[in-house]
Design a protein around this ligand. Structure first.
Ligand code: G3H
Ligand code: 13P
Ligand code: ZN
Length: 333
């Protein structure tokens, strides 16, 4: 069932308010097998999901292909609430195209300029985000903004500098833009190399923002946990990943307890797929049918996502999500 991400995130926010917090995983999708793996996990765990597409993914797969794969997945599993979300939209035009193609949720990342590298000013961020909110809300589409900048650079996304989100600025930003969800910088970064030493998150920032903005959905980007067993599996079968480190699942559980509602995961899906394909090809050098190794990668993705759903507490929550599609939301905004 295709819904807006507001419908899904509202279930998480209400649960937090009742003292039983859980979060929604937002999983990046680049191809059919990844989406199928995510859906296998969602169906087994009875978990709502946000399927998100980056600009890189839309370019790789051709945008219409990718969005229609997600739409098909939602149609084939009517019991699972699925939102199609644009990840790190960089301009009004990118967002408009995503909405026209059927995204029920968009992110405008105005923390960076259109090149997705240069940090922007607060005023620029407010301006571009407000324009997107107006266009999106008129069409029932949910909007995520970002304030503060994450460290790390992943395929051209990120400035390499970290600025943790200022709670008072977050209040002004949400009031002036009207965003539904806010990505906050709490010490995470994109990619497989997040920390040099111990993983540290700024829980105090989540706590302050949650108190000041009780009705805004809070988002943690760069939240892959980079499991050591996947890194070891990749290295064992010919890969070379050194010093990879992610956010431990225990740290994410704590962030959820402080009020995070949406957790973005991309790198873990890449690691699971690569580890499975590497092992399969080394163990079966005679095989050359892509369906055989892509099937193995799909299963590895599903397994990894099930672990996230358990850690985030998402399982069993499909019935808590109201059936808010675009028409329903248009009437609400
Ligand atoms: O935020 C970055 C995501 O991991 C997407 O990365 O642009 O390489 O698809 P990508
Ligand atoms: P990871 O690189 O930690 O998976 O983060 C993904 C992300 O934040 C996508 O927006
Ligand atoms: Zn991100």
């Amino acid at each position: 069932m295709l819904v807006t991400s507001k419908a899904i995130l509202e279930a998480s926010l209400q649960a937090y308010k009742k003292g039983q917090p859980f979060a929604i995983g937002a999983y990046n999708v680049n191809n059919m097998e990844q989406m199928q793996g995510i859906m296998m996990a969602a169906q087994e765990k009875k978990a709502p999901i946000i399927a998100q597409v980056s600009r890189g993914a839309l370019k790789y797969a051709q945008d219409k292909y990718l969005i229609n794969i997600i739409k098909s997945a939602a149609e084939l599993a009517p019991e699972v609430p699925v939102a199609i979300h644009l990840d790190h939209g960089n301009s009004f035009e990118t967002v408009k195209r995503a909405i026209d193609l059927g995204c029920t949720s968009v992110m405008i990342d105005g923390s960076l300029m259109e090149d997705s590298k240069t940090p922007s000013t607060f005023e620029y961020n407010v301006k571009v985000t407000s324009e997107v909110v107006k266009y999106a809300h008129d069409r029932g589409v949910t909007v995520e903004g970002e304030l503060g900048t994450l460290g790390g650079i992943e395929d051209g996304v990120g400035s390499g500098q970290t600025h943790l989100t200022d709670p008072d600025e977050a209040v002004e930003f949400v009031e002036r833009t009207g965003v539904d969800a806010l990505a906050i910088s709490i010490g995470t970064s994109h990619g497989a190399f997040k920390f040099k030493g111990e993983a540290k998150l700024a829980y105090d920032i989540i706590e302050k923002i949650r108190k000041l903005l009780p009705d805004t959905y809070l988002v943690s980007h760069g939240s892959s946990s980079v499991p050591a067993e996947l890194v070891d599996q990749i290295n064992k079968y010919g890969g070379k990943l050194e010093h990879a480190q992610g956010v431990p699942l225990e740290a994410l559980k704590k962030a959820i307890a402080y009020g995070i509602n949406k957790i973005n995961v991309d790198t873990d899906i890449r690691l699971a797929a690569t580890a499975a394909v590497r092992q399969f090809l080394v163990e079966h050098p005679e095989k050359f049918d892509p369906r055989e190794y892509l099937k193995v990668s799909r299963e590895a993705i599903a397994n990894e996502i099930k672990k996230r759903m358990d850690a985030f507490g998402t399982g069993g929550h499909i019935t808590d999500v109201p059936n808010w599609g675009l028409e329903e939301m248009k009437a609400r905004y």
